[in-house]
Design a protein around this ligand. Structure first.
Ligand SMILES: *Cc1c(COP(=O)(O)O)cnc(C)c1O
Length: 384
């Protein structure tokens, strides 16, 4: 299969399957997986990822961020349930119906607009805001939340099939955050119980995300909306995860040129690095336009032939330089930006730490021009 072996991501489907199984085994019985594949499956290539989850694991639920992502799944043969976790403009109501997609219902105003715009039944899960202050019906007061939710059940063109909320601090060990998470769960449970008591079937009630599913001992969530752990990364890099996981993405580039520079030579834009002796410098064919963060300038490392090499100078748009002094490195050698080489490893979470962000942003940030090479059982089975 042709792809330019300049900079590319390798997506290991066996690791994806491993992570999903590993996570599922840590969940209480009765909690099913919803695989969250928004943002091109966190940058991993949504077509191959969803096909694998559906065909090899029998995953029945998928979560996306918007209707275009949802339609893309349908057009690629995903037949399970698809829930849009964010807002869809009410003008798109009939498209939701046409593609049989479930929409998060933000609040009563949104429900009424959707109801008015639709020419048939739109399937929804009511979103509750139990403390994140993002989308959803505010649940500071259970009875007013129930009152608002009940009015949604009365709308002719909406079919309420579920109720859900999002935990915003489940990836923390702080006592204050743990009790906050408990309170969020308590709130959704009491809203669902009250709806049921008042004759409104809450249907599929769910509140777990990756962190919630492993850190809270919470029974009763019909679904765990599994995102980051599916891809083998940490919800919070500083807190161990009690399930085994393997990173799904590797990011590989190549050495384009190697040269010796004299002591005192400057390297890269802005001359931010000066050689304090004669050095061997390798130029690598990746840059911030590939999603390799410029914040790694003079800070990050890459792996070449199993050895750690520091990045010297500023990362450019399409290239950067690495110190290979004393190493046997030549043009065409493979460079691991994310992944393992020999016994050394750099993860997206390691890069995120250096950039003061989270692994999510690193993999989502790998840009379109980077081919996703799909690997299964050690074989390349496709390129996205
Ligand atoms: C993105 C998202 C998830 C997945 O979160 P992870 O931390 O990646 O597991 C779950 N639920 C909602 C509503 C989301 O927006």
């Amino acid at each position: 299969m042709y792809y330019l072996k300049r900079t590319f991501a390798r997506i290991n489907l066996n690791n994806l399957i491993y992570n999903a199984r590993s996570y599922q085994s840590a969940l209480p019985n009765g909690t099913q997986l919803m695989c969250v594949v928004k943002a091109n499956a966190y940058g991993h290539g949504v077509k191959a990822v969803t096909k694998c989850l559906q065909n090899d694991l029998g995953v029945k639920w998928f979560g996306v961020s918007n209707i275009d992502e949802a339609v893309e799944l349908r057009e690629n043969g995903i037949s399970g349930e698809i829930l849009i976790l964010g807002c869809t403009p009410p003008s798109q109501a009939d498209r939701l119906i046409k593609y049989n997609i479930i929409q998060a219902c933000l609040d009563l105003d949104y429900a009424e607009a959707l109801d008015k715009a639709a020419s048939g039944k739109v399937r929804v899960h009511i979103k509750l805001d139990t403390g994140m202050s993002r989308i959803g019906i505010l649940c500071d007061d259970t009875s007013s939340a129930v009152c608002e939710a009940k009015k949604i059940y009365e709308l002719d063109n909406l079919s309420v099939e579920g109720v859900f909320t999002h935990l915003c601090a489940a990836d923390s060990e702080k006592a204050d955050n743990i009790s906050f998470t408990d309170l969020q769960i308590k709130k959704i449970k009491s809203v669902c119980a009250a709806l049921k008591a008042q004759g409104c079937d809450p249907g599929v009630c769910h509140w777990l995300n990756s962190a919630g599913g492993i850190y809270t001992k919470s029974d009763g969530s019909a679904l765990a909306r599994l995102g980051i752990i599916l891809y083998g990364l940490y919800p919070n890099h500083s807190i161990a995860v009690p399930v085994k996981m393997k990173p799904v993405m590797e990011l590989i580039s190549t050495v384009s040129m190697v040269k010796t520079v004299k002591k005192g030579s400057d390297i890269g834009y802005g001359r931010t690095f000066t050689a304090n002796g004669d050095m061997r410098i390798a130029t690598v064919a990746a840059g911030y336009a590939d999603g390799f963060p410029r914040l790694l300038s003079n800070k990050g490392e890459v792996l070449i032939n199993g050895r750690r090499c520091r990045i010297v100078g500023n990362v450019c748009m399409d290239q950067f330089m690495a110190d290979v002094t004393g190493l046997d490195v030549k043009p065409g050698d493979s460079v691991t930006l994310i992944g393992q080489s020999g016994s050394a490893e750099i993860t997206a979470d390691d890069i995120a730490d250096l950039c003061h962000t989270i692994g999510y942003e690193i993999t989502c940030g790998i840009t379109k021009r980077v081919p996703r090479v799909i690997l299964k059982d050690g074989k390349e089975i496709g390129v996205e």
